[in-house]
Design a protein around this ligand. Structure first.
Ligand code: IFM
Length: 472
């Protein structure tokens, strides 16, 4: 890779730089203009489920501060912005009647981005299922996949001439395993078989949605899905079986149907005690396998596993196992090993080498498929100093490391087309509430005032140069 005047790697000429957010995490206006509750409204309003009793009722008030936030994006100089559409804002109750006021909000967002030369990247589902669809069974129920495809088609009809890239699902791993397995996410169910049925109906819904989108959008628009693929390492060569098990559940459960048209046999065998997978009907795997233009990759940290000896206390340090139930359905003989620091505010270890390795693996396994980093970033306990500055050198260091890792993957042949920082601004970090701050822009919880952190100033320079500085 060439070296810039900044002396760090230069990215390819058409590399897409962006930032990302999600509807429930930033919009607020939860009961405004016809929006109805999603499973996250219900979850957040259930006492004890979210730290401090925080909710997304107001979030960052992005709904009412759209112009200000669009101007921040323009000043950052990013080429793209990844946001998500709240299903229950545009189709209240998960029904079929379009809510014009909800549509108007996203129209203003999309048009405001385009007017500023920023490409809209729209995620259709970032975890906020309309509550009525959960009441009817949620993702373990086949009908939800069909409803999702209908919703996708409607969005394609409305925004299909203006959205640059569509992402069907964000991190279906979380929707299925954290929502229905460990229950630390909405809808807080702890039903292992239902979690695997949810995996399947998310895969199916994705494939049906891709087809529905393609029928209505500009043929030049790209269609993608975002997966939080886990880069799984074994503690020693003897842990290969543990790696295979976790890779099957975390990664191949989605990559298999979506990109290869079949569930991996080992996944079906590993989970045979939990379900017989009879919810997979003839033709479903082919339906889930819809050609994609891009694969969205979210990366935060690698995981380290080993075979459990069955005697010593079993370690579950995977960063997600804070509920009583496990998200790792059917896995009783694998331990998640605590990795060396440093750690982010989430307790996630910082190790960018996993990102290079993951991208090179995907490049090997799916050689013709371009990729985009649709999320990467870190939470730290940032402080707004008396002089009005937020000094966040650890975030700058994290971003520099991970962008260097992306550059190395590109050097190794991986076709990576873009990078989106998670997140544009501090926001509602799900069950952790507002205490975990990922933003490059600080949001004052009382006044909603936005303040650029030093990482935002740094990112602006990187975007402008299309290159990294040599030193962090
Ligand atoms: O905030 C989340 C986001 O919604 C999905 N990916 C991971 C982020 C950090 O936890």
């Amino acid at each position: 890779m060439p070296v810039s005047a900044l002396s760090g790697p230069v990215f390819p000429g058409n590399f897409l730089w962006g930032t990302a957010t999600a509807s429930y995490q930033v919009e607020g206006a939860a009961a405004v203009d016809g929006r109805t509750p999603s499973i996250w409204d219900t979850f957040a309003h259930t006492p004890g489920l979210v730290t401090n009793g925080d909710t997304g009722d107001v979030a960052c008030d992005h709904y009412h501060r759209l112009e200000e936030d669009l101007d921040i994006l323009a000043e950052l100089g990013v080429g793209a912005y990844r946001f998500s559409i709240s299903w229950s804002r545009v189709l209240p109750g998960g029904g079929s009647q379009l809510n014009q006021r909800g549509v108007d909000f996203y129209s203003a967002l999309v048009d405001g981005l385009r007017a500023r030369g920023i490409a809209p990247v729209a995620t259709l589902y970032h975890w906020d299922l309309p509550q009525e669809l959960e009441d009817a069974g949620g993702w373990p129920h086949r009908d939800t996949a069909e409803r999702f495809a209908e919703y996708a088609g409607r969005m394609g009809e409305v925004f299909g001439d203006r959205v640059h890239t569509w992402i069907t699902l964000n991190e279906p791993w979380c929707s299925a395993y954290l929502g229905y397995g460990s229950g630390v996410h909405a809808p807080a169910r702890t039903e292992p078989a239902a979690a695997l049925a949810a995996v399947h109906h998310l895969n199916l819904g994705h494939g049906l949605a891709v087809r529905a989108l393609r029928a209505s959008i500009d043929p030049a628009a790209r269609v993608s899905v975002t997966l939080n693929l886990h880069h799984v390492r074994g503690e020693s060569p003897g842990d290969a079986e543990a790696v295979r098990r976790i890779d099957a559940l975390a990664n191949r459960a989605f990559l298999g149907p979506m990109l290869d048209g079949a569930y991996p046999r080992d996944l079906i065998d590993d989970t045979a005690a939990v379900t017989d997978w009879s919810f997979v009907r003839d033709g479903d795997e082919a339906a889930a396998h819809a050609p994609l233009d891009l694969l969205g990759v979210n990366y935060y940290n690698p995981v380290l596993v080993r075979q459990w000896d069955g005697v010593s206390p079993r370690s579950t340090a995977d960063g997600h196992a804070d509920g009583a139930a496990s998200p790792w359905i059917g896995v009783t003989d694998v331990e998640f090993v605590t990795q060396p620091g440093p750690y982010t505010q989430m307790g996630w270890n910082i190790d960018e080498t996993g990102l290079t390795e993951l991208l090179l693996r995907l490049h090997r396994d799916y050689p013709g498929l371009p990729m985009m980093i649709t999320e990467n970033g870190a939470a730290f306990d940032d402080v707004l100093d008396d002089d009005g500055r937020v000094r966040d050198p650890r975030r700058v260091d994290y971003l520099h490391r991970h962008l260097t890792a992306v550059a190395e993957a590109i050097d190794g042949g991986a076709d990576v087309r873009g990078y989106f920082v998670w997140s544009l601004m501090d926001n509602f970090e799900w069950a952790h509430g507002y205490g975990k701050t990922f933003g490059i822009v600080h949001v004052d919880r009382q006044t909603m005032r936005r303040t650029w952190k030093e990482s935002a100033h740094w990112y602006r320079r990187v975007v402008a140069a299309n290159a990294l500085p040599a030193a962090r």
